[in-house]
Design a protein around this ligand. Sequence first.
Ligand SMILES: [Zn+2]
Length: 260
Amino acid sequence: MIDTHAHIYLKEFDDDRTSVIERAKAAGVKHIILPNVDTETIQAMLALRNSDPLFFSAAIGLHPTAVTENYQSALNEIEQQLNTNQYCAIGEIGIDLYWDKTHLKEQKIVFEKQLEWAIKYQLPVIIHVRDAFPEALESVQKLNCKALKGVFHSFTGTHENAKEIAALGGFKLGINGVVTFKNAGLAKTLLGIPLNNLILETDAPYLTPVPHRGKRNEPKHLIYTVKKLAEIYQTSSEDIIKKTDKHAKQVFETIIFATD
Ligand SMILES: [Zn+2]
């Protein structure tokens, strides 16, 4: 299994990170993508990636909830990092109007700038959207670039949203523990969406799947999302893993796997 989205470099894992990684490997996780959040998280993320570059890849970007009026200096730092050519993707980037709507204008500027970098540096993007799907879609459509690809991470939208994403060409939906939540309705939405469009993620430490909901999430819990998808698509867990691995490699072409 490939966990295409986990923040296990965060302080929530400082006490037991080594065991978390061992448990992930024992559970069948063979690669983890570490998306950045803000300028404060870069060093911890890189240290973890450098500890095992065959098992981890890092993505660089400025998260929408980290955008303020003074976004320019943060963007400069992100671009400096990009120029070091050690990243598999740009992310996570996007628009988030759930926590705070005051910086919508700045969030859009920062998102679109990073989308332009993705085209310039030929890297996929990891997009975070919360309560802002029309705004985020508009920004991606505005670029009108067929070469742009990536993932709408933690997809919880409608069937219509999924179709709009598919129409962009190179984008997948990142599916995590939310699919196991009874009240989320995502499992029902997925019934009308081809498995071809999906990749796996945990978003650890967040969004822990049932039966561990409410506790800290970690990559080994990916298996609960796999089992739920196997149920939805009426196939085996092995088939879900094989196909979502293939889709993840289509998006994140540069990642190298120890077991390949
Ligand atoms: Zn995230």
